[in-house]
Design a protein around this ligand. Structure first.
Ligand code: FES
Length: 165
């Protein structure tokens, strides 16, 4: 996993170095959180404590920032990433029914991960294949013209395949 980020000057730094050189400016909090997420794949509780101490910012404030921005995650991503498109074409073709099906089948909503760590659901604005609406992507594979029934079948097959690995 990539543990480095580029600073404003284009120099690559990792999370620990960025934390060490933190200057106390409010604008540095977001890059610090991004560096932590780049390193761990999410922002662990321990990183929040380290950032709070280094930056002198209460943990509650940092949690507030993390939960405000969609880009940040407090839990690791699942083994399989499902991207559910809710762009215009997919929305009018029934993406909300697909979201309901995923919630019913896997018990997760947008930005959630299943308890077994097999699936994370992300919402996206357009996957670039609107003629196949409604569309989801699972990892790097696209599935189009889905119905609740075909999606349910797909999720069951993915789940049994993922558990067999
Ligand atoms: S709107 Fe869903 S792929 Fe474009």
């Amino acid at each position: 996993m990539n543990s480095t980020v580029r600073n404003r000057g284009g120099v690559t730094e990792d999370f620990n170095f960025r934390l060490w050189r933190y200057g106390g400016t409010g604008g540095d909090l977001i890059p610090l959180l991004q560096a932590a997420q780049d390193r761990y794949g999410y922002i662990p509780r321990q990183s929040i404590s380290h950032i709070a101490i280094a930056a002198g910012i209460p943990e509650a404030t940092i949690y507030g920032v993390i939960t405000f921005y969609n880009q940040f995650r407090l839990k690791p991503m699942g083994k399989n990433i499902i991207r559910l498109c809710d762009g215009t074409a997919c929305h009018v073709s029934g993406s909300s029914m697909l979201a309901d099906t995923i919630e019913d089948e896997l018990g997760i909503g947008i930005n959630d991960t299943t308890e077994d760590g097999l699936f994370t659901l992300c919402g996206v604005a357009c996957l670039g294949c609107c003629s196949l609406a409604p569309v989801i992507m699972v990892n790097d594979r696209t599935y189009g013209r889905l119905t609740p029934a075909s999606l349910r079948k797909l999720l069951r097959s993915l789940r049994s395949g993922a558990q067999a690995v």
